[in-house]
Every structure is written in structure tokens, then in C-alpha cells.
Design a protein around this ligand. Structure first.
Ligand code: CS2
Ligand code: MG
Length: 402
């Protein structure tokens, strides 16, 4: 079954998304998410200029061979742009294979390992009162796990904290917004917040926190230790993760579980973290880590080292990525948690999908393939708008990690 067309579709139904749609000679189509937040056009050009021309005429059934062809054939391996482009092709080919087989993709991955995919939502608040109200809202709608982000006294804006009840969307202005960061105030304040949250909700609710790469290993060790009484399910991205052996220092001092990986694009970004058991959850995603084929490889390595999955699922990952992630999540033996932020109504309309939330779980679509599509006519009504992620500076102006 030959590939006859591959279209790169940009749309902005409230935020930017890049989607690849592959068409085969017998009319079967597949979709893959190719969105790289703030760098969308780089992936779109990579696909249009370098990938689509070599896809035309290839056998759509050869998923592994196409993956190897694009990875090894580029000579320049890895990197977020390349791996997001490969992911889009890979995801679309899995979609096609499922449709041809008449099976949802998770059946091709070995079938169900669980009844539903446990998800976590984002609770955030400038004040503890606002935060507690947000967490109650999640708990009341069935969530078993909630990520807790709080304002810090003395800082005017902090990662992950926006208007209550409104989905946090950091990429907005064409030029990066700038905020001021203060590690000491954060390290002082956060344990107090978690003391209040745990006292209010008791031991049943899973609590998570995202540091967003802002600490050094010894600062992260201090934070992990100070949060131990509140039994977090995970502390996310405590430090930038280029230096994988830096996690040894954190591990030496705290039993707070660690989750890392949303910016990873290949197994080589986390091989040491996983094989030395320096993290507990690996948060790589379908869209940024080479598609279903490569993500499965990462999760298999993780499984033999007792590391669980915790895939990234912010609103900059389109419903196409979410649909694909759920097929992986339901099938793998070492699933941990899936991040879930509902998309806007406009986005849901552009990407009709069959997955749904019920009682704290997401359920993948049962229709053949991924169970998601893109409405190209509707997508065309929302033209691309440049939007960059913010940056962070210390009080003296030094550029820090966002
Ligand atoms: C994040 C994201 O969801 C998360 O855990 O850290 O909000 C992240 O900042 C964005 O996806 C960046 O594109
Ligand atoms: Mg994160």
C-alpha cells in the first residue's frame, strides 16, 4: 500500500498545532502530531522539505523500516526537530496500520494491560486558599492525582500558576515574556504549601509537583527531603537533565520519587537515568520522542529497571498525540500516570477524537487506528500565530532555566 500524499497542516485554534496527514493509494489516511511548542515552523519545514518528498511511493505498512530510514538516513541523528518529524510519520503509519487491520492501535501493541489510564490534572493558585479550592474541584470530578503549583510570596509570576479555572498556556506573546525567579523564596515556601495540602486532603490523593528545571542537584536534594513528610508521587524536572549523572547527588539525599523527560527526544537522553535507577518515572512523549515505535523502546528499557511511564500531556501536545499516548499507556506493563489537560472546545472541534475521560481515567478510542482525525477545512480557519515560550531571569538579570 503506497503512500501517495503527505500534508503538513498548521492550525491555531487557540494555540498552534502542526499535524501530518499521510494518504495511501487506497484512500486510507493516518495522522501524526508534529507540534514543537514555540518552534513549530522548524518541524513543518523539516517535514515539507526533507521528509514528505521521500515518503511518496513508500510502503505505508513498513513502520519500522521507515523509522530507521528517516533516523539513519538523515545522518544527523536525534534532536527535537528531527525526532518530532519522525514521530509524526511514525504515528500516522500506526494509525493507518490500525485502520487496515480493523483494530485500535493498542491491540497491535499487545492489547490492554489495564482498564483505564490514570491521569493527573493541574491545580494551581497564587494563594493556598485558591489552590485548595482548585484541588477540591479535581478531586470532586474523580481525579486520583493532581499536580500542585503555587505562587511564591515576593514573585509576581511563577511557572504553572495562572488564572484559576483557566488552562495554563505559557506560550502566548511572539517575543518571550520575562519573569524573575528566586530559588531561596521558593525552597522556603513550597514545603509549607504541601503541608497545608496534605493536611486538607489526607493520604489518598496522589500529589505531584513540577520544578521545571530550576534547581541545582543539591537544591533539589534539599527540596526532595523537605517534601518527604507529604509523600509526593513525584517531583518533576528538579534540575535540567543534560547532566544525567547529576541525579546521583539528588538520589543520595532523598526518597521523594523523581520524574523527568518531557524535553527528551531519544533513549540516549535517559539511558543512564533509567539504567542507574536515578529516576522513578520517565515522562517522554509520542510526539517528541520519535513516535510510538521509539517511545515503546524507551518504556521497555524503563520496565526492566522498575521505572514507570508518566507521559507529558500539556495542551501543546495535540489531541493526535493524546490519542496515540493512550494506546501506549493502556498496553505497556509499566504504566505510571498520564498528564491530562483538556483542550479548548475549538481545538477539540478541529481534532475530532474518540478518547474520553471518566472517573479519573482516560479511555482510548475503540475505533480502528488511533481514533482521532483533523478537520482540514476547520483547521484552515485558524491561521498560525507566532507564540514563544517565556524566559526566566534571576534578580540580577542572569538568564535562568525556565
Ligand atoms: C510542562 C509543560 O506539562 C508540563 O509538565 O512542564 O507545561 C511545559 O512547560 C510545556 O509543555 C512546554 O511546551
Ligand atoms: Mg513539566
Amino acid at each position: 500500500m503506497r503512500i501517495t500524499d503527505a500534508r503538513v497542516i498548521l492550525t491555531c485554534p487557540g494555540r498552534n498545532f502542526v499535524t501530518l496527514k499521510i494518504v495511501t493509494e487506497d484512500g486510507v489516511t493516518g495522522v501524526g502530531d508534529a507540534t514543537l511548542n514555540g518552534r513549530e515552523l522548524a518541524v513543518a519545514a523539516y517535514l515539507r522539505e526533507h521528509v514528505v518528498p521521500v515518503l511518496i511511493g513508500r510502503d505505508a505498512a513498513r513502520i519500522e523500516d521507515t523509522w530507521q530510514y528517516l533516523y539513519k538516513g538523515a545522518y544527523w541523528r536525534r534532536g527535537p526537530v528531527t525526532m518530532t518529524a519522525i514521530a509524526a510519520v511514525d504515528t500516522a503509519l500506526w494509525d493507518i496500520k490500525g485502520k487496515v487491520a480493523g483494530l485500535p492501535v493498542y491491540q497491535l501493541l499487545g492489547g490492554r494491560s489495564r482498564e483505564g489510564v490514570t491521569v493527573y490534572g493541574h491545580a494551581h493558585g497564587e494563594t493556598v486558599e485558591g489552590l485548595l479550592a482548585e484541588i477540591s474541584r479535581y478531586a470532586g470530578s474523580g481525579y486520583r492525582a493532581v499536580r500542585v503549583q503555587s505562587g511564591v510570596p515576593g514573585l509576581s509570576s511563577v511557572y504553572g500558576v495562572g488564572t484559576p479555572g483557566v488552562t495554563y498556556e505559557p506560550a502566548s506573546s511572539p517575543v518571550p515574556a520575562e519573569a524573575v525567579w528566586d530559588t531561596e523564596r521558593y525552597l522556603d515556601h513550597l514545603p509549607r504549601v504541601f503541608a497545608d495540602v496534605r493536611a486538607e486532603f489526607g493520604p489518598g490523593l496522589k500529589l505531584l509537583h513540577d520544578v521545571h528545571h530550576r534547581l541545582t542537584p543539591i537544591e533539589a536534594a534539599r527540596l526532595g527531603r523537605s517534601l518527604e513528610p507529604y509523600a509526593l508521587t513525584w517531583l518533576e524536572d528538579p534540575v535540567p537533565a543534560e547532566l544525567q549523572e547529576g541525579f546521583r547527588l539528588i538520589r543520595r539525599h532523598t526518597t521523594t520519587p523523581l520524574a523527568v523527560g518531557e524535553v527528551f527526544n531519544s533513549l540516549w537522553d535517559c539511558r543512564q537515568l533509567i539504567s542507574e535507577q536515578l529516576v522513578d518515572y520517565i515522562r517522554a512523549t509520542v510526539v517528541h520522542a520519535g513516535g510510538i515505535t521509539h517511545l515503546r523502546r524507551i518504556f521497555d528499557l524503563a520496565a526492566i529497571h522498575q521505572v514507570r511511564s508518566g507521559s507529558h500531556g500539556a495542551t501543546d501536545l495535540s489531541p493526535v498525540c493524546m490519542a496515540a499516548a493512550l494506546h501506549v499507556d493502556i498496553a505497556i506493563p509499566n504504566f505510571g500516570l498520564q498528564e491530562y489537560l483538556p483542550h479548548s472546545a475549538e481545538t477539540d472541534a478541529v481534532f475530532p477524537h474518540g478518547y474520553h475521560f471518566e472517573g479519573g481515567y482516560l479511555h482510548p478510542s475503540e475505533t480502528p487506528g488511533l481514533g482521532v482525525d483533523i478537520d482540514e477545512e476547520l483547521a484552515a480557519r485558524y491561521p498560525y500565530r507566532p507564540a514563544a515560550l517565556p524566559v526566566n531571569r534571576l534578580r540580577d538579570g542572569t538568564l535562568h532555566d525556565w
